[in-house]
Design a protein around this ligand. Structure first.
Ligand code: GCU
Length: 666
């Protein structure tokens, strides 16, 4: 069990009194055009009452159906799009208009945010509508209670191959709904053992109960599927998507799933990837597999989210031609346009795997006739395990702002996944989530900025990384301007700092194999995973130009040309695209080897600066939070020191070129 009240409320902690002093009344609430009995409306009203009672000490009551002269009016407005709202204050009367129930819920959370940040309600005049139709969190929770790439305890959905439902489930739904999440996948994409049976009588009852909690907060419920369920559950000898028996089995199964699980949105599928079964086994295409399932869920309005993380994970490091970075594009581009309307291809932000710096996947926008969804990772698998501080929103912003050149005027990744490029509806953004059953949900208290930030960014892509912190810090940590300044500075710089003390200029992968925390420069160099840096005594990097693996040519112009040459390649990605001598002079005037040394020393020093700045907050932030983050900074420093010294030593030994500044290298 999760233990009652053993967990924190994060940015929804309403226990601190807030000062607004603005003469806007929220005690009297009129509800117009909405059904008070609707489950989402109920949640919105409950939340409103809870929030204003906790933060303002007033009791909000839905008194009459008519607008009060002063008070809060919640009103349905058909002119506003789905999930949208506007809030306006005039003469002490606050009017929240919403396009639908989700819009109402999001509007209420906006209001509570405003109160929590101690911003005045008077003079409010905002209209907000979501940029992305689907805004999802993907859990990699296993049914035994473990979490794949989880760094904050165990699952709060599953224990010992069973489903857990308690107050924490509801608090989870509240937290993610408060930032605009409208879809959740509760189980790991690697569907094995008990998880394969989530779509059977063994679990239907509890799954249905769980899905209803999400329904209360306007969140569609999704499951990850085992593509070989026909064999493992159905007793067939095949999972061939074109086999009539397989097709019939899935049709029947989906009929059952949608009948038994209310609020089911559809399924997420990892097929033909890292040992998971898929259509390739039967000589079929990814489209054959996805479309077969899509046809089975179509009668119920369901969707199939099909992951593009398909690559050969049994490579030979001696082979310089096979390039893992190419795989997503090579496996999916030819079938552009062949996917059913209710299939969405879910594409990781980079062509490899959530490294601290990668180019944007050329499949995003490369596909021109297929529904696309961006997948990012809020769980810090390669970015510090929620021990090291790493605020990821700046990275996600870069991804969203990237020009793919797929269509004049609507060519950024944000355009593609919002539906603006193709005028389609089944699009969006998903993140692998960073939660677990730790009391603070995210291991490091500062990692909650990513949990919060992803949702806000998914709803409103135009928010900057700093805007999001201006909301999150006062809501969760402190409204003290000095505290805000210190934490904001740490978080906004943290990604680059992490990058500086880990792997240089886009090369990635110098991590401890499997675990992915800590340095091991050659850890993956002679392995089967296709993740090589190719360092020798003269230079480092992978030639992905037209003279190498040709990966750079997967982009539209002018990106293809820019990436193709050392001169025009953005330097932060230089080693991803090119094999470069250590003596190569960068735009800063430094040689590559000197850049490696300098950035590693700098990265460590910056991390040390963060730890010191945090120490200065003692007594100014909650003592538990202070201790939690301080302890993590201690571990981050040890990690940064190891990275610095191992990387610098490695390249010094390879190149024989000393540090110009004569610092200690071992
Ligand atoms: C990475 C990660 C795996 C995960 C996989 C995926 O390889 O290390 O744990 O299963 O990504 O995204 O499917």
């Amino acid at each position: 069990m999760n233990g009652k009240n053993a967990w924190k409320q994060l940015w929804l902690a309403y226990d601190k009194k807030k000062e607004l002093g603005n003469g806007v009344y929220v005690e009297k609430v009129s509800l117009i055009g909405f059904d008070e009995e609707n489950r989402v409306v109920k949640s919105a009203l409950q939340e409103l009452k809870k929030g204003v009672s906790g933060m303002l000490g007033v009791t909000a009551e839905v008194t009459e159906k008519d607008a009060e002269a002063k008070g809060l009016v919640l009103k349905k407005c058909d002119e506003l799009p789905k999930e949208s709202y506007s809030i306006k204050e005039e003469g002490g009367k606050l009017t929240l208009m919403a396009g639908d129930e989700n819009g109402l819920l999001y509007g209420v959370f906006h209001l509570l945010r405003q109160i929590s940040m101690e911003k005045k309600l008077s003079g409010m005049n905002v209209t907000c509508k979501p940029d992305n139709p689907l805004r999802m969190y993907n859990h990699w929770d296993n049914m035994d209670g473990s979490i794949e790439r989880g760094y904050s305890g165990n699952s709060f959905f599953f224990v010992k191959n069973d489903i857990v439902i308690d107050e924490r489930t509801r608090d989870y739904a509240r937290l993610v709904a408060s930032v605009g999440i409208n879809g959740v996948v509760i189980n790991n994409v690697n569907v094995k053992q008990a998880a394969s049976w989530l779509i059977s009588d063994r679990f239907f009852e509890k799954v249905a109960e769980l899905s209803k909690i999400f329904a209360d907060y306007g969140i569609k419920f999704f499951l990850s599927l085992n593509f070989a369920a026909t064999i493992e559950l159905g007793g067939l000898d095949s999972a061939d998507p074109l086999d009539e028996r397989v097709i019939a089995w899935w049709k029947e199964k989906m009929k059952e799933c949608f009948a038994k699980i209310p609020n089911l949105g559809g399924f997420l599928v990892k097929a033909d990837s890292e040992g998971r079964p898929g259509p390739f086994t039967y000589g079929r295409t990814q489209a054959d597999g996805a479309n077969m399932l899509a046809e089975a869920v179509r009668p119920y309005g369901g969707i199939i989210i099909w992951r593009c993380f398909v690559y050969n994970c049994k490579q030979d490091w001696r082979d310089y031609k096979t390039d893992r970075a190419r795989a997503g594009y090579d496996n999916f581009i030819q079938m552009d346009g062949d996917y059913a309307e209710n299939v969405i291809l879910q594409i990781k932000n980079g062509p490899m795997d959530f490294q601290i710096r990668e180019p944007i996947s050329p499949l995003l926008g490369g596909l021109k006739k297929t529904n696309q969804m961006l997948e990012v990772q809020v769980a810090q698998e390669y970015t510090g395990h929620q021990i090291d501080v790493c605020y990821l929103i700046p990275m996600f912003k870069e991804v969203l702002d990237f020009h793919t050149y797929c269509k004049p005027g609507a060519d950024t990744v944000a355009d593609v996944i919002s539906g603006r490029t193709m005028g389609n509806q089944n699009t969006g953004i998903a993140a692998v989530i960073n939660t677990g059953n730790d009391a603070n949900w995210t291991g490091n208290d500062l990692a909650a900025a990513n949990l919060y930030g992803f949702g806000r960014l998914a709803y409103q892509t135009s928010l900057s990384a700093g805007d999001i912190l201006d909301e999150w810090i006062p809501m969760q940590i402190s409204t003290d301007p000095e505290v805000i300044k210190v934490i904001k500075d740490i978080l906004l710089r943290s990604r680059e700092t992490y990058e500086k003390y880990t792997s240089p200029l886009g090369i990635g992968w110098m991590v401890t194999p499997h675990d992915h925390y800590g340095c091991s420069v050659d850890g993956y160099e002679y392995d089967r995973w296709g993740t090589y840096h190719r360092a020798d005594h003269l230079g480092i990097g992978v030639d992905r130009s037209d003279k190498g693996t040709g990966y750079a040519q997967q982009y539209y112009e002018p990106n293809a040309t820019a990436y193709n040459s050392v001169e025009s390649c953005p330097e932060e990605l230089l080693l991803f695209f090119h094999h470069v001598p250590y003596t190569h002079v960068l735009k800063t005037g430094k040689t590559l080897i000197q850049h490696i040394y300098d950035s590693h020393f700098e990265g460590y020093d910056e991390a040390e600066g963060f730890a010191k700045a945090w120490d200065g907050l003692e007594g100014k932030v909650d003592a538990e939070v202070f201790a939690n983050v301080k302890e993590r900074f201690g571990r981050q420093l040890a990690n940064a020191r190891d990275w610095r010294d191992q990387v610098n030593t490695y390249f010094y030994r390879k190149s024989g070129i000393p540090d110009e500044k004569g610092r200690t290298i071992y």
